[in-house]
Design a protein around this ligand. Structure first.
Ligand code: OAD
Length: 257
């Protein structure tokens, strides 16, 4: 595996991107970090360094204290509404115009890829914008402008119009299954691609974390874009060490001018 943290980018990596027919971009929280959205596991700033995931991101936590959980997700939804896509989101949207086929798979629950112009994003972990009833699972369409909840301030969830149950965030919690169709589309795309860019993910949460390894095993080249080098142990594996908002635009410039 090779690491590159200085320009110019090696020609063989650039050439692989230029001739790739099927590209997968797989993103995690790091792609939105430069938009001001906190990641989960970065030291000091990561959400799971400051909050207990078992008290906020499980069905049991919601049953025990729906207002605490709803308030925390409304705080996160408000952060996203106020944020803007950054150069990494925009470079990924632009890359789709430069290669014959691009599949964008994200673990993120924000909509910054869509707002940067990427259509048809596969959301493996759901979305902050798609709440549903905790009891009958019907979508809840009347999400209000979020108040100004401070982090951790309790806020009673709205009630379902159909059954009166509490409305929950439309995200995947620990202990829950990923959306089946999204996961199978993501696995299929990873197994069929020539090149996979893994951007801003620690690769610690399964089953999503299998995706780069699946691509590597199927013969694709895997490029990690992350300040922390990642290693799956493959021969066709590269590290572009650094911030996604800098490294991705530089990669596009090198490959396509
Ligand atoms: P993590 O917080 O685990 O990892 C974020 C990664 O982004 C780290 O490897 C950082 O080094 C990297 N990073 C930080 N800033 C960056 C930048 N500007 N450019 C590029 N990389 C940067 O986030 P995820 O891997 O997304 O699950 O976490 C996976 C899942 O764990 C999340 O989807 C969430 C969480 O529990 C659910 O919500 C279900």
């Amino acid at each position: 595996m090779e690491s590159f943290d200085v320009d110019p980018l090696p020609e063989r990596l650039v050439a692989r991107l230029r001739r790739a027919q099927r590209v997968v971009v797989f993103t995690g929280a790091g792609v939105s970090a430069e938009s001001g959205i906190p990641t989960f596991r970065d030291a000091l700033t990561g959400l799971w360094q400051r909050f207990d995931p078992m008290a906020l991101a499980t069905p049991e936590a919601f049953e025990a204290d729906p207002a605490l959980v709803w308030g925390w997700y409304e705080w996160r939804r408000m952060q996203v509404l106020r944020a803007q896509p950054n150069p990494a989101h925009r470079a990924i949207a632009e890359l789709a115009n430069r290669v014959p086929q691009l599949t964008l798979i994200t673990q993120n629950v924000d909509d910054l890829h869509e707002r940067a112009g990427s259509p048809a994003v596969i959301h493996l972990h759901g979305s902050l914008q798609a709440p549903r009833c905790f009891h009958c699972a019907r979508p809840f369409a009347e999400l209000a402008e979020p108040l100004e909840p401070e982090q951790g301030r309790a806020l009673a969830p709205p009630r379902c119009r159909h059954c009166g149950g509490p409305v929950r965030p439309g995200v995947v919690w620990f202990g829950e299954c990923l959306p089946e169709r999204a996961l199978s589309e993501a696995f299929a795309a990873a197994e069929q691609c020539d090149l996979l860019l893994s951007v801003g993910t620690s690769g610690l949460v399964y089953p999503a974390a299998q995706i780069p390894a699946l691509a590597l095993r199927a013969g694709a080249c895997v490029v990690h874009v992350n300040p922390q080098p990642q290693a799956l142990g493959g021969a066709a594996e590269f590290n572009l060490a650094g911030l996604a908002g800098e490294r991705l635009p530089a990669l596009l410039r090198a490959a396509f001018g």
